[in-house]
Design a protein around this ligand. Structure first.
Ligand SMILES: *Cc1c(COP(=O)(O)O)cnc(C)c1O
Length: 412
């Protein structure tokens, strides 16, 4: 029986040792201690270049900060991308500190508090308004502060990104303004003193189906045209969402982005008239940083229980909830895990890898085939650059935080 395998490793190895940014994982572990997250900035740069090479120049790339807000990484992204999307006043502050210019930042999220809206107004960023009530609150606060708000409307489309890991558009949703309710709000905007930017149409996340992604982008542009053509509003930007996924599990493959680039060139021609010189925005988190990050943890115990071998590590779900399968997965599947100093060696045994928490949920790998691993060895988990530490219950059981490092390849 042939088992499906994980997508090929993007990191280099030297004498079987996994290297991140050119630095061996074993040396990194000595330098920063375990557990740790390491992000390879060259892989991020390569990914962005691949996108730029296929995208029309009028399509801008924004970074969804919630995927990974590690300040050095965010600073790097500010130098590489056209803007970012934040989901809280905290992320806004970090993004400004990282060097993103206010006019390139947008703020989406279903429950923006007054203090957050005021922070957005004062910073001069674009607020992606998610409801009629939020628009009212924002205009009231802007009058109070004497600041003209920059506004885009987030639309909950009447379709969704098929095959996406997490559906965030279509049906009844807490996100955005239903497409059916949008015309009434758009008519009202004409009478308000706001700096209207355009629309934000996010249809889903973590899709590995390029045809579905293309259809969702095309659908987003059609919807934007239906809502805005002839509405008498300036159109400066249409955020057509993102949704590009990365391969996490056996049998999943990397996306080929060429067809998306081709299609966007055609779409921009088709929509040339009403769009004027507005630009399109792709907002991506996971696709930009997910494959550039590795989580590394040390084996602290090796034991056998009723015939199964367990490797117990010093890191686990408190640092990496998604790895344990508890961040929205319905059926837990294994991430790619490697014995960090013997990558490429043939497997010698089947093991369960478990973190230090006193809960059966703290699983790093279930029935994984690995070379023989001993106490003190390192386990490396790839595909860990997005929704890792930032999406994990770090206070659970009171273990220390892991180190985080951004590597530029200066160790070669
Ligand atoms: C989470 C989110 C993203 C990023 O999704 P990825 O799967 O990380 O690319 C983009 N836009 C919005 C509105 C989001 O909520």
């Amino acid at each position: 029986m042939i088992h499906p395998s994980h997508a090929p490793l993007l990191f280099e190895t030297r004498a079987g040792i996994l290297c991140i940014g050119g630095e061996p994982a074993t040396a990194l572990a000595e330098r920063v201690g375990t557990p740790f997250y390491a992000y390879d900035s060259r892989l991020i740069q390569r990914r962005i270049k691949e996108l730029r090479d296929v995208l029309p120049s009028r399509v801008q790339i924004h970074y969804a900060v919630k995927a990974n807000p590690f300040p050095p990484l965010l600073h790097r992204m500010a130098g590489l991308l056209d803007g970012c999307d934040v989901a809280s006043a905290g992320e806004l502050e970090k993004s400004l500190e990282a060097g993103f210019r206010p006019e390139t930042i947008s703020f989406a999220g279903p429950g923006k508090r007054d203090a957050e809206l005021m922070a957005a107004l004062q910073a001069g960023i674009t607020v992606n308004v998610e409801s009629a009530g939020e628009l009212e609150r924002l205009t009231r606060l802007s009058e109070k502060l004497g600041i003209r708000p920059r506004v885009a409307l987030r639309i909950n489309p009447d379709f969704e990104l098929k095959g996406s890991g997490m559906r965030m558009g279509g049906g009844a949703k807490p996100f955005g303004i239903d497409a059916e309710q949008a015309p009434a709000i758009i008519r009202k905007i004409n009478a308000l003193d706001i700096d209207f930017q355009g629309l934000h149409i996010f249809t889903g996340s973590q899709s590995l189906n390029m045809e579905a992604i293309i259809q969702a982008q095309s659908g987003a542009l059609d919807l934007a045209r239906t809502l805005l053509e002839g509405a008498g509003l300036p159109v400066r930007q249409i955020n057509i969402g993102g949704g590009l996924g990365i391969p996490y599990f056996p049998g999943e493959n990397r996306l080929n982005i060429n067809p998306m680039g081709d299609r966007l060139h055609h779409l921009l021609e088709d929509h040339g008239g009403w769009l004027g010189d507005a630009h399109l925005i792709l907002e991506l988190g996971r696709f930009l940083v997910g494959e550039a990050g590795v989580y590394v943890t040390r084996i602290v115990d090796r034991k056998v229980s009723r015939g199964e071998t367990f490797l117990i590590t010093d890191g686990g779900m408190h640092h990496h909830l998604a790895l344990s399968g508890n961040l929205g997965q319905i059926l837990r599947k294994n991430y790619p895990v490697y014995l960090a100093h013997r990558v490429g060696s043939p497997p010698e045994e089947i093991v369960n890898i478990h973190g230090p928490l006193c809960t059966p949920l703290d699983v790093l790998g279930h029935k994984v085939a690995l070379p023989r691993a001993e106490v003190g060895d390192l386990i490396a988990v790839t595909q860990s650059g997005a929704y890792g530490l930032t999406a994990s219950p770090v206070h659970f059981l009171g273990h220390p935080l892991p180190a985080e490092v951004l590597l530029d390849g200066e160790h070669e």
